[in-house]
Design a protein around this ligand. Sequence first.
Ligand code: BES
Ligand code: ZN
Length: 887
Amino acid sequence: MRTEDPQLVRLADYRPPDFLIDRVALDIKLDQKKTRVTSRLSLRRNPIGRAGAPLLLDGDELLLLGVTLDGQPLDTSRYAVTPEKFTFAEPPEAPFELEIEIELDPSANTKLMGLYRSGSAYCTQCEAEGFRRITYFLDRPDILSVYTTRVQADRKEAPVLLSNGNPVEHGDIPNSSMHYAIWYDPFPKPCYLFALVGGDLGRIGDTFTTMSGRKVDLAIYVEHGNEPRAAYAMDALKRAMRWDETAYGREYDLDVFNIVAVSDFNMGAMENKGLNIFNDKYVLALPETATDADYAGIERVIAHEYLHNWTGNRITCRDWFQLCLKEGLTVFRDQEFTADQRSRAVQRIADVRTLRGQQFSEDAGPLAHSVRPDTYREINNFYTATVYEKGAELVRMLKVLVGEDTFARGIKLYFARCDGTAATVEDFLACFEVSSGRDLSHFALWYKQAGTPSVAIASTCDERAKTLTLEISQDTRPTPGQPDKKPLIVPLAIGLIGANGAALPLKAEVDAFDGATQSELSRGVLELTTARRHIVFREIPDRPVVSVLRGFSAPVQLVQSATDEDLVLQCACDSDRCARWQAAQSYATRLLVAAARQTPVGANQASIAAFGEALRQIVATSDDPPFTAQVLTLPSEADIAREIGENVDPDAVYLARQSLRADMGRALSRELTRLHRDLDQNAPYSPDARSAGRRALRNTALDLLAASDDAAGMRLAKAQFDAATNMTDRVAALGVLCLIEGEAREEALDDFYKRYAGDALVIDKWLTLQAIIPHAGTLDRVRRLMRSDAFSMGNPNRVRALIGAFAAGNQRQFNAPDGSGYEFIGECVLLLDPKNPQVAARLLSAFRTWRMMEPKRRRPAEATLQHIQAAQSLSPDVRDIADRSLA
Ligand code: BES
Ligand code: ZN
């Protein structure tokens, strides 16, 4: 990173603001092309700011109409203004009111940041720095203000007028077609949580009585006609509200809670105080239109945004470097919510899969950064898997380290101490230092140091002495800007499994040099704090299998010396289901890496057979369908590629995975056929975890059967596709058909399109299934689809469903050796960047793995990145990703 870079923001440069804004009164007159925004700011000098400092307000593409100071027009000689900055060189020393009038064109806002139009509605998105596109402001999260918002619009065009907080008043404007609504939010908040919606929307309502007996009015607003599709989201909302009360003692604090679903949205959803705005993908579901995964996604995102009310809104972030403080913690909370609503083990496995697939990949490439970065050029590019997923892992790890009760006391202290403030990671950790009495400074290194530590475990057994010695070591490879890594504190949940599969008691030298502590042994959690450690376990009858990282107790890459037989035993007998799943994944990874590296196949046949037999046993004995489905799902191509680490040939990875899936399908064909037949329920669809888990296993069975036998697979999939009574089964069948070249595929695709044309969220699935077809010809298909009615470059969901899926979900064609995939994504990025830089930058981050490809692919990937870098007038978003990818 260039040091003279004017864009570069540094954590070390943080200063408290020079001014504070206690109150904000907004008056917004909505108009499609000429919206008027008047903001009255109650300003005063910050006692801890710089004396005599000028007032500098942020703007972004703003057009100023006028300014008054304490009710009097401010002479133009006293301020300077550009679309990006309002400078008031000599503001009064005493508190003052500044009223600023702006004109906006919401229809021209294609960036979907600030005030924009989605369909026929007006809506806003302000996080991270969108409020400055609505009015000049101190657009930073440590400015907390109480907002009153008056919204006015044409009564017919926008009968619904919403903003944050509680409704105060609404009415008609006499002798006009206009009406207005006034909202008041008593909780001081940063401007990124401001929201406004106006439009002609359908509504479903409900109520929730909080634990102290207050009644809250709930509403979800959707496009007219979609009301029935919002029922599940409402149900999830009520469950999330109750859960935060029972699990954390956190009660909702306003009289109303509103959710609005819009179809044009850069992200998944946004936690604006009392007025969450959602991508409609995370609200709308009916059995005929949404899959089990969609239902689970809705439940999760609804909970996530609701849970932000305490972790994000009541306690917000001092600056954007602290993003993980709200996002990591809230992801942790939404994961726990889902675990409590569904199956804890299956949820943990799914979370680990996401962490590995997304965050480990990010950590292994040029975009690696720490959970709390210390510099950024474009904050939008730091809403990453590292901040979110690894950020959640750090909270979970903290819980493992201090224990459940101490963790609960720490978080309670956090709510008590930091409520109403803009806090830092240090403030958060300090609460756990108090509750645990431990010094957490070593733990804090996890927030600063990027990269995935490798933890290696080697065990040796002394049969005569009846001891088992574990040699544990850790190592983290350099990441951009961090050449030297220090050892971290790594909690390793551990168990020993005897030859008969039973758990062995943990006994070791206690308190001796290098010994384990009594507390480590009784909790079954070893704390690795140095580069290496060895531990001697006593009274070991026979060589046991060592189960480490149970429950995935730390976000590390485990390097194990376990034999294939150990893994089979562990997969069958470990008391921890996450470890059982992990054992199967490790075994599969061994086979896949060997096959992709083309080590002689012969040597592998016995191993593959043993793996198949182990899986057969699991299938035969398991009474947990979703768990079984996870065990039967191989590591992704991206996971295998990362395991190989360098000179990756995605074709070889793909073929290795295909071939192992075919082997599995053959080895388990009787069991899979039976599962596919017996799990077929004629009961009406229900999205609950148990039913969804059965469908997951059934569809996994179908997928493996098809992998081993095209003809049989096609027959089963075709029958399932035609008979399906819900979207889960229909899409699963179509996905299988898509992998088999031929007429049947095209017929099914046409049939699906005709059936759901006009239902954009369903058609997105159709786009994605085609974008991820691993065969040659997909790029042409994607280009063709881009020209079809189903696609629009202006809608982020369409872009992600088609182009995003090709880049991130089709390893083989994106990384095609002729460079065509890279070039295509490069073109799309350049096409999209002027319209929507945020979405363009995300698309470009698919190149984060380019350096681990073999040279034949690396060259065209680099050429595309350089081509983008050389383009004129790139957005800061895309430039930042291109520069860091090439650095
Ligand atoms: N605060 C974010 C939304 C956001 C992200 C705003 C990036 C601005 C820039 C919200 O709470 C969030 O994290 N949403 C996630 C979904 C969530 C379940 C992880 C999203 O939008 O992807
Ligand atoms: Zn969030």
